[in-house]
Design a protein around this ligand. Sequence first.
Ligand code: AP5
Length: 219
Amino acid sequence: MRIVLVGPPGAGKGTQAAYLAKNLSIPHISTGDLFRANISQGTPLGKKAKEYIDAGELVPDEVTIGMARDRMGESDAADGFLLDGFPRNVAQAKALDESLAGDGLALDAVLDLEVPEDEVVKRIAGRRICRNDSAHVFHVTYNPPRTEGVCDVCGGELYQRADDDEETVRKRLEVYHRETEPIIDHYRTQGLVVTISALGKVTEVTERAMEALKRDAAA
Ligand code: AP5
């Protein structure tokens, strides 16, 4: 399956992607994680991306589209993928459509996670991420680690993302409404959008998502 996960910052895309990718046996491709890996390795791409990410702005398309295409071209993504954070504007969506069509492929679904704004603010404020693996995501209240500041999975140090401060989060939400929400209409015209509520326990949201994807595939 080729699926795009869309939703505001803090909706739980990364959290759900980890479970859905496992259930569906497809790789989880997060452009945010790819940028953060480049930043921590100090690559030229990471240096360029950092200034935009720290400001809550989108990294320019000429950097992002090539990076996402390269990752989708890797062998583990040949039979499908779960995209998290890409596409993030209509130009990226059109570039993805064209790239897939060029290979005789198409998306199967766009899973839209709906969460009220006050909830995403709470989720982001309490988020803690493992320095060793960004797929290990915790929340100080909703999903606390057994030992404060320490990853349950690998013992790595937990940290708060630099772009998770209140001012940058407000900017990211504004960018989401202006740049990213229009891709939902873009894909709605293609009949691909499946919208679910992302409220409730993580496991409940995963079940809801799997059911919705199954219903969509059968329709
Ligand atoms: P990115 O890393 O993609 O960030 P985002 O879209 O803002 O999303 P987040 O990672 O903040 O949230 P999430 O939805 O994954 O939530 P999570 O699962 O962690 O992008 C960062 C930046 O990179 C962008 O601002 C941009 O600059 C750049 N970028 C990336 N892609 C780009 C692109 N395509 N083009 C241009 N620029 C790009 O969950 C949040 C918290 O809530 C966690 O603590 C979690 O434990 C908790 N939680 C999750 N689910 C639940 C639940 N059901 N109940 C209670 N708590 C929950």
